[in-house]
Design a protein around this ligand. Structure first.
Ligand code: KG4
Ligand code: ZN
Length: 337
């Protein structure tokens, strides 16, 4: 370590992963994530339990990040944290920790917008997208089309007006009797099914916006009617049901993505967030990229789901601009890009 080296400890605690990462001169050294399994039996994230689990996990996660990086606390140039958007109680744990750490060590504090960090996850490893590019951020909490002009200049050009697409995956999965989070299970069963077996709605919103609440209701009524005729309808048709639901969700995502790329005349395409793990989405996007000459960027799964490495990457860019935060900062459950 040189005195000119920029070394940052970054913390993520916006939802149900407690994570810490160390970045030196823009290179991520590690990404320690403690996943909270306590939520599984409740069928979704319970905010109060998430806050408590963050409290338990934060110090061990930070200690592991420091230990495995070989960096000492006194060598850090700054500490970064997720300010929002996210669950208030969950954010408070990371914000309070980072503030206390910065105060004790007398080093700068850097706030990071979680959604900006999802996009900047593309800069952790090669190949990196060229500016300007369009990023489709798809997770359990968000669905956004982002026009990225430079590392810290981003504009939301489309977003969901109700549920996030990950939420639509998880809620329809729940209707099929699948445990939380149901997205990966829909993906798995869909592989053996016919995506055209059942006709679920493809909602078209104005401009580049999305709506995913309609499909949940459509699936609910469809299943209610079918189960009256045949109580085994779900188990007899699970693969076709999953494939058809997934088909509608992917179609909705891609219709707007295609429209955005056309409108802005851009061929650099990135996807981020937990739903970008979906194999149907990856396959269809890869085919579209080949047909249309797009350059497609999909980060490693570890950097798609919530993680502190992406917070560290965003913090590095902010450090270069001396974009620091006051010790009076508070979290923002809703935070605009
Ligand atoms: O980004 P993420 O880990 O957490 C946030 O919501 O911020 O995303 C989690 C979401 C969940 O809704 C989960 O069901 C969905 O990503 N997901 C998937 C797949 N893997 C994760 N959805 C569909 N197919 C998958 N393979
Ligand atoms: Zn996220």
């Amino acid at each position: 370590m040189d005195t000119n080296d920029i070394s940052i400890l970054a913390i993520e605690s916006s939802c149900d992963e407690t994570s810490a990462s160390i970045i030196i001169n823009g290179k991520v050294l590690n990404n320690i994530v403690a996943t909270q399994s306590v939520h599984e039996k409740y069928g979704g994230v319970v905010p109060e339990l998430a806050s408590r689990a963050h409290q338990e996990n934060i110090i061990p996660v930070v200690e592991q990040a420091l230990r495995t990086s070989g960096i000492r606390k006194d060598q850090l140039s700054a500490v970064a944290f997720t300010r929002g958007p996210g669950l208030m109680g969950a954010l408070l744990v990371g914000v309070s920790f980072a503030k206390a750490f910065a105060y004790a060590r007398k080093i700068p504090l850097i706030e990071v917008n979680h959604m900006q960090a999802h996009v900047l996850a593309h800069f952790i490893e090669d190949p990196k997208p060229n500016f300007p590019f369009i990023c489709l951020t798809v997770s359990g909490g968000h669905t956004q089309l982002v026009l990225v002009k430079s590392p810290l200049q981003m504009e939301v050009i489309g977003q969901t007006r109700d549920d996030a697409v990950g939420e639509a995956f998880d809620k329809t999965a729940k209707l099929l009797g699948l445990p939380y989070p149901g997205g990966p299970l829909i993906d798995r069963y869909a592989k053996a099914g016919n995506p055209k077996a059942f006709d679920f709605p493809i909602t078209r919103m104005p401009d580049l916006d999305y709506s995913f609440s309609g499909i949940k209701t459509a699936v609910l009524y469809f299943l209610r009617d079918q189960l009256k005729e045949n109580p085994n309808f779900i188990s007899e048709n699970s693969a076709d049901l999953c494939a058809s639901i997934q088909y509608s969700l992917i179609e909705m995502l891609l219709i707007k993505l295609k429209a955005a790329l056309k409108h802005y005349r851009i061929k650099e395409v990135a996807i981020a967030g937990g739903v970008s793990a979906n194999s149907g989405l990856r396959k269809t996007l890869t085919e579209l990229a080949e047909q249309n000459g797009w350059n497609l960027y999909i980060p490693k799964f570890e950097y798609c789901t919530d993680n502190a490495a992406m917070i560290a990457m965003a913090a590095h860019f902010k450090y270069l601009q001396s974009d620091f935060t006051s010790l009076e900062v508070t979290p923002l459950a809703k935070m605009k890009l």
